[in-house]
Design a protein around this ligand. Structure first.
Ligand SMILES: [Ca+2]
Ligand SMILES: [Ca+2]
Length: 401
């Protein structure tokens, strides 16, 4: 009898262990799925293009001889493309185009309504000395929908010169975009064009480009932002909310602006991290900061404006200030305009966010995350309770014997 009990006891313990292991595995599985979900939603500075340096070569399909071609790329029928093993910007190889309007292409999965930047190093011997801006090269991007139909073409015509230079094409993918197709080509002229180090980068997680002022140009100014001629804007490396850089305004009514494509008849919220060293004077309505929003029509004319006067405090902590606007009919874009308004001193800006405030649009991952968390914790608690109940019932049944 005692032996039987011991065996039963051992078996029930095994069952509990098995059950717990199963639950843990399930949790790990769910966490894995969630992790992937969270990552796919964010911005990435990674190169989305494969084999952008043309270093990986494979045997060409259907070729009689051992003809090599760069992996992941497709050559159009017009041909005229060669791998150049003697001349490269980086690595061993570059790609040489000898025939005009013959494409070398690659398709990449992307998200709609995002900014993508195509960068490539180009050089050419197809220049005409008397013409300075002789556009001989295509860095074209086509946006494709789910039927692989081209819904937008951004030609990206650039001028390659005799030395390697970085050229780019920035695009905003229209709604319905599933993929973009990179298309490299020589455009015109006698001679060849070389390509190397092709990159495609997602440059915004939301609608604003360079929202934290982290990408600077050769002049040390934040890319994609336009500075008013009155100036007074500085890149600040000391006072920073996030990352390496913030922007400091010293001149009142001098705008730092960016235009963003938006939808009509929607609510939008502009939220910016600010701080200031302007000290309070006797006036009570001493608003030192502008977070202005303008709604622009098709012609780029401002059809509505919300000044967004705000007060940035003069103590050493960053805080968020917000301005909200409803876009009228015919709105195509919003122009964000940041500025210092009044007072002696500076206002600092960082982490500019524009969000649409309608249902869950554009906020889905944020809204879903807590739901998944609740789901996961309840599963954990549930499995724990089950284990406890099982142990108790075993004990009770043993006592009953
Ligand atoms: Ca290369
Ligand atoms: Ca920053």
């Amino acid at each position: 009898m005692r032996l039987e009990l011991q065996i039963r006891n051992r078996m029930s313990k095994r069952r509990i262990v098995r059950f717990t292991v199963k639950m843990v595995l399930l949790m790990v599985f769910i966490c894995g799925i969630l992790g992937i979900e969270a990552r796919s939603g964010g911005t990435s500075s990674d190169n989305l293009a494969l084999n952008g340096g043309f270093e990986i070569l494979v045997r060409a399909r259907g070729s009689w001889i051992e003809d090599l071609e760069p992996e992941a790329w497709k050559e159009s029928r017009e041909g005229g493309w060669e791998i150049d093993l003697t001349n490269s910007q980086r690595g061993n190889n570059s790609l040489k185009a000898t025939t005009a309007w013959s494409w070398f292409s690659q398709e990449i999965k992307v998200e709609p309504e995002r900014y993508y930047l195509l960068e490539a190093y180009v050089r050419s011997d197809a220049t005409i000395p008397e013409k300075e801006d002789y556009a001989n090269t295509f860095l074209t991007l086509e946006s494709l929908n789910w039927r692989k139909k081209v819904i937008q073409t951004d030609w990206g015509i650039v001028n390659a010169t005799s030395s390697w230079q970085l050229k780019e094409n920035l695009i905003f993918t229209p709604p319905g975009t599933r993929k973009i197709r990179i298309k490299l080509a020589k455009r015109q002229g006698e001679g060849s064009v070389w390509f190397d180090e092709v990159k495609v980068i997602n440059v915004s997680s939301g609608p604003i480009l360079n929202p934290g002022f982290e990408i600077l140009n050769e002049m040390g100014k934040p890319r994609f932002w336009k500075e008013h001629p009155q100036g007074g804007w500085e890149v600040s490396g000391e006072e920073v909310y996030e990352g390496n850089w913030a922007m400091r305004a010293t001149q009142g009514w001098s705008w730092l602006s960016q235009e963003v494509p938006v939808k009509a008849k929607r609510w939008y919220s502009l939220a910016v991290q600010v701080k200031s060293d302007i000290t309070l004077k006797e006036r009570t309505d001493y608003e030192n900061t502008f977070l202005t929003i303008e709604c622009l029509d098709e012609k780029g004319e401002a059809i509505k404006r919300q000044w967004g006067n705000a007060f940035a405090f003069a103590f050493p902590l960053w805080h968020e200030r917000e301005n909200v606007i409803y876009t009228p009919e015919n709105t195509k874009k919003i122009r964000i305009k940041l500025a210092k308004r009044l007072g002696d001193g500076s206002v600092w800006f960082d982490d500019v966010k524009l969000t649409e405030r309608l249902f869950l649009a554009g906020k889905l991952p944020d809204k879903l995350t807590p739901l998944f968390n609740v789901l996961m914790y309840s599963l954990l608690v549930f499995s724990f309770v089950i284990v406890v109940i099982k142990i108790r019932s075993r004990k009770n049944s043993r006592r009953g014997r």
